[in-house]
Design a protein around this ligand. Structure first.
Ligand code: SF4
Length: 363
């Protein structure tokens, strides 16, 4: 954010998380304070989540007061917390304009680590038929600060249970590549050594296959991971599940993934959610193996958390263990790397968008 944008126009008030060190230094200078305070303020903010960094010692009283009145308390506050027996913690965060988003803490099998799942939009416009998020439609893109504050909220949750938030994936509500600017601004702050202090490789952006966004991500040169939600090995099946698939054929998506992989030199992850009787037959597995066989991409096989009646009137169910095992066996017989991602927190509203829908008057 440039100083000339402060206070910002539009419905979302300014929070400290809106700023990177250079922009905050510029603002402080414009307010008549030393720009060098900015780095200390942001370091303390990322360490504590305190909006005006009362934890940053030695700040001029006038500057603290200016921040207190100039910034909203936070870009996102906790509205609901659900904790499952396996420790999966789902947060519903309320934004400054009353909108809500979900963020999830996923405990690792290592007892001191956890992963975080972040949202990039309020709702989603893409209409994936098995997804709870899209049932309430699309409201707006999240700002970088709202994304950063999800990260800070999850890190607080992790610390509270003695874990370190080790990795972040943009796989919550929304399509991150349709909100690329704020997502990248947030990613840069999370990976900044003096701010979020995550490694680039600890950050994954997951897309349903927005080809121009994938290429834009490749062009940034950022050393993050890319995951592609494929969910079907042929365009016809995929278009029934993901309406946007009509715009981006699988061949184009995989070509864009190839370009990312070639530039990064590390495998793209293919996400494949197994849906009973829809995309989980041995034929589907052989087709998928045919697509991915020549590539070095890893496959994550996802267990489906049912979300009730879909937009097209279908009640999707997860594949049985036997069917899922047979599917994976076909892929592995083709020497593909395929892992199951554990079902997490099934007794809470674990599927993306469920908690928000269940909460009264989601906005
Ligand atoms: S699966 Fe992701 S991209 Fe598809 S509708 Fe849901 S949130 Fe949007």
């Amino acid at each position: 954010m440039a100083v000339t944008d402060f206070p910002p126009a539009g419905p979302v008030a300014t929070a400290l998380a809106d700023f990177d060190p250079a922009a905050l230094a510029q603002l402080f200078a414009a307010w008549g304070y030393k720009p060098s305070h900015a780095a200390r303020v942001l370091r303390a903010f990322y360490a504590s989540g305190d909006r005006v960094t009362s934890t940053a010692p030695g700040l001029p009283r006038g500057l603290v007061e200016r921040m207190r009145t100039g910034f909203v308390p936070s870009a996102a506050t906790l509205a609901v917390r659900q904790i499952a027996a396996d420790g999966t913690t789902k947060l519903l965060l309320r934004l400054g304009d009353g909108g809500t988003v979900e963020s999830v803490l996923l405990p690792d099998f290592r007892t001191d680590r956890a992963a975080g799942c972040l949202s990039s939009q309020v709702g989603c416009a893409l209409g994936c038929d098995f997804c709870a998020t899209t049932k309430t439609g699309f409201k707006r893109n999240l700002t970088a600060s709202e994304i950063v504050e999800q990260f800070l909220a999850l890190r607080r949750e992790a610390h509270a249970v003695g874990r370190k938030l080790q990795t972040i994936v943009f796989m919550g509500m929304g399509e991150p590549l349709l909100n690329l600017g704020p997502v990248l601004a947030a990613v840069r702050r999370l990976a900044d050594n003096s701010l979020g202090a995550l490694g680039w490789r600890q950050i994954t952006v997951s897309t349903v296959g927005i080809v121009p966004g994938m290429d834009a991500l490749t062009d940034t040169g950022l050393n993050i991971h890319l995951a592609v939600s494929l969910h079907a090995p042929d365009d016809a099946t995929r278009a029934r599940l993901l309406p946007m698939a009509k715009h981006f054929p699988i061949a184009d998506i995989l070509a864009a993934a190839d370009r990312f992989q070639a530039r990064r030199g590390r495998p793209v992850t293919i996400q494949y959610c197994l849906l009973a009787g829809v995309n989980d037959s041995p034929e589907h597995a052989h087709q998928l193996a045919g697509l991915l066989g020549p590539r070095r991409m890893h496959i994550n096989l996802l267990h489906y958390n049912p979300t009730g009646l879909s937009l097209s009137g279908i009640v999707y169910q997860p594949s049985s263990d036997q069917t899922a095992g047979a599917f994976a066996a076909v892929l592995r017989a083709h020497r593909l790397v395929a892992h199951f991602r554990r079902a997490r927190g099934p007794e809470i509203d674990a599927a993306c968008g469920q908690l928000r829908r269940r909460t009264a008057a989601p906005s």
